[in-house]
Design a protein around this ligand. Sequence first.
Ligand code: HEM
Length: 198
Amino acid sequence: MDASTRLADLRQATRSDHQSVDDMVMEMAPFDSRENYGRFLRLQYIFHKAMLPLYRAEDLNQLMPELAARSRYDAVSMDLADLGCDAPDHRSRDEIPQTGMARIGWLYVCEGSSLGAAFLFKAAAGIGLGADFGARHLAAHTDGRGRHWREFVDQVNGLALGSNDDEMLRDGACAAFAFFRNLLMAEASGVTNRDSQG
Ligand code: HEM
């Protein structure tokens, strides 16, 4: 595959996955109240915590310098603390690849979510949350949201990958959206904190 279209390909391959996640988040009405926001925040915490080993993976940091610094786990943890929410106890390591190129598809989903976060961040202001309290993980990076994202895009597009790797990236991205969708479904049926562990 032409490396310059890798990101466009990922976007295209996951368009409907993104739409369903977007719709389900909006159904939670996360910005109607801090209580609703807290439910959304717990899902974000589970996702960013699950992603942490990928951000920290040595081999990926060699391929993509400064990857570890992109993780928003610390920010989302502080947001939970701001709101006085307990951190959910959710073990998700088994569901997430710990080796291979599929991990870059997962990272695409996590990094891309910081783009849509621009809209969520504005909405969060309506319930008194912002970059210093409660919505830290939705705030723009100090380099600028667009610039920070384009650096990631350039890194991913610039990777010299093997013949099957692009398929693995796509599979990883779809799996990451499915992971988040499952969290949303569990939340909607009220089991995120109880039965979905392990
Ligand atoms: C209500 C919730 C959401 C809304 C309204 C939303 C909205 C958006 C918007 C408008 C963009 C495009 C931004 C731009 O091009 O400047 C975007 C990009 C993206 N979002 Fe979301 N999003 C939501 C939730 C999520 C979640 C939960 C995830 C991941 C689990 C996610 C993953 C992505 C990805 C990967 C992209 C990058 C697409 C690309 O350009 O390749 N989004 N989102």
